[in-house]
Design a protein around this ligand. Sequence first.
Ligand SMILES: O=C(CO)[C@H](O)[C@H](O)COP(=O)(O)O
Length: 241
Amino acid sequence: MTADELKRLAAARALEEVRDGMIVGLGTGSTARHFVELLGERVRAGLSVTGIPTSEATRADAERCGVPLGDVDAVVRLDLTVDGADEIDPELRLIKGGGGALLREKVIASASNRMIVIADESKWVKTLGAFALPIEVVPFGIAATGAAVTQALRVCGAAGPFALRQTRDGHAFVTDGGHWILDARLGRIDHPERLAASLNAIPGVVEHGLFLDLATAVILAGADGIRFVERRGRRAEGALA
Ligand SMILES: O=C(CO)[C@H](O)[C@H](O)COP(=O)(O)O
């Protein structure tokens, strides 16, 4: 099976968690897009849900698939968010933001009673950090913010180079919120909580791709089938080694 087929399998399993009347956060990326498409099929078959998209790209997908959308500015709490991830560790800590939607994804996940992450098994890692950590920053004062990020990474034992994310035509990639992204190639992140706190303390940093204590479950699709991993205590139950 291809990675894309595995992503669709994970998305299909997540659909089983959706109930009539739910307000559902719609993640961003190729795995989340499968979920939106499958949700659209269920809506056409009579399911009633209100979707809250985490990006303009997902909004367009949801509209194309006929998923009814709510007003994010009027929603206080969501029942469930289903989203993809770039890396997932055994404590269900995540790196997200490969698609550049980390800020809205985190806002929506934080306001959700449950966050289910859907992924093919290649996203499961023992230690976070092989995937470059996205750090969303305001363009204003970028040199000073960059220096503060360098210092934060060093203090947290995660020193590594970072680069401004660019579009194919060489311009700075601009997020839906009008910010830029620094992608930090750290190799491994031994202390994600410490690094998250240090980055959060930098005024020019809007958000970062470390999603800690947010995912309540992960649906991993692999060659051996689907694994539903739930986070009950510190370490997830049913986790891979
Ligand atoms: O965080 C994200 C977007 O900001 C995505 O969920 C993450 O990049 C995974 O993407 P994909 O499902 O395409 O592998």
